[in-house]
Design a protein around this ligand. Structure first.
Ligand code: SF4
Length: 238
């Protein structure tokens, strides 16, 4: 079995320039871009942030923005009404409690509206260069396919395993490496398996079989559910 560090070395040969693809010029703009990126692509976020940051470049200006107007500015991305509310609320809190500056501790970052573990990890890593390991959908999928995590592991478990298996000096770059590998090579639907250096030990087939079995079990459960309901109704009539 290839060691985790050897996997990273190989990925870095494929993608020597893996880095954060969210456009930003300050920690504040990075934080906002990461919050906006939940359940959407970095490319979609990069389309709305130029107009957003032109109108409201920092916490001072965004704290007073009209939430509806912010929503209109970012309306091409998913969940935009909630995200608009969160980034205005987040700016208010930054002004009230942190002098308008983005904090760097995990606890403080997670106290901000719309900021969860993944966002806090990205900000700590990219804005402050603090060793962190953010696990997004690409990192999770790739880690499981490469056997760095188990199929049933949730994102937190995946993060813990990656932190254990890799030296902290590599965490920040490893996060970008795994994202690039997942985004441009080992994609969810059409991975480039024929050209992959990890094909010999890849677990994709096992994961797919497991997913198919789970799907089948769920649909059988659904089919069985109305039967119980009818029986209950018949019982009630008796
Ligand atoms: S063999 Fe295919 S699925 Fe497996 S890691 Fe490589 S690209 Fe991804």
């Amino acid at each position: 079995m290839t060691k985790p560090e050897e996997i990273l070395d190989q990925i870095e040969i494929l993608f020597p320039d893996a880095q954060c693809e969210l456009h930003h010029s300050t920690p504040f703009q990075l934080l906002i871009a990461v919050v906006l990126s939940a359940q959407t692509t970095d490319a979609a976020v990069n389309k709305v942030t130029p107009a957003l940051f032109e109108k409201w470049p920092d916490a001072q200006s965004l704290q007073n923005a009209d939430v509806k107007e912010v929503g209109e500015t970012i309306r091409s991305i998913g969940l935009y009404p909630t995200k608009a509310k969160n980034i205005v609320g987040l700016s208010k809190k930054l002004m009230e409690e942190f002098d308008g500056e983005v904090p760097s501790t995990f606890k403080e970052l997670q106290s901000l509206p719309g900021v969860g573990r993944k966002t806090a990890n990205v900000v700590r890593s990219v804005a402050f260069d603090i060793p962190s390991f953010a696990v997004d959908t690409h990192v999770e999928r790739v880690s499981k396919r490469l056997g760095l995590a188990k199929p049933e592991d949730d994102p937190l478990k995946v993060e813990e395993k990656l932190r254990r298996k890799l030296p902290s000096a590599r965490w920040n770059q490893a996060h970008h490496d795994l994202i690039f590998f997942g985004r441009y090579f080992c994609t969810a639907r059409n991975p480039k398996c024929a050209e992959c250096p990890f094909a010999a030990f890849c677990r994709k087939d096992k994961l797919d079989a497991l997913k198919a079995a789970q799907k089948k079990a769920n649909s059988e459960k659904k089919l069985a559910a109305p039967k119980v309901k009818i029986e209950t109704q018949q019982d009630d009539l008796a």
